[in-house]
Design a protein around this ligand. Structure first.
Ligand SMILES: [Zn+2]
Length: 60
């Protein structure tokens, strides 16, 4: 029995989707899409900033 959602094991198994981004350093760079979910690297030249993203990072 586990508390919360047992997503560990399911995620990370097989091929990984996100690697460390070259620009922001977050593990949010999608390999197949070649776009960073955090800063938008690969999609736009400008740094993408989301309030929720920074909030999440702050929480962690
Ligand atoms: Zn990035």
């Amino acid at each position: 029995m586990v508390k919360g959602t047992p997503t560990m094991g399911l995620r990370g198994r097989g091929k990984k989707l996100h690697i460390a981004c070259r620009r922001c350093g977050h593990k949010a760079f999608h390999i197949s899409r070649k776009v960073c979910a955090f800063c938008g690297f690969g999609k736009s030249t400008k740094l993408k900033k989301y309030a929720w993203a920074w909030k999440r990072r702050d929480k962690r």
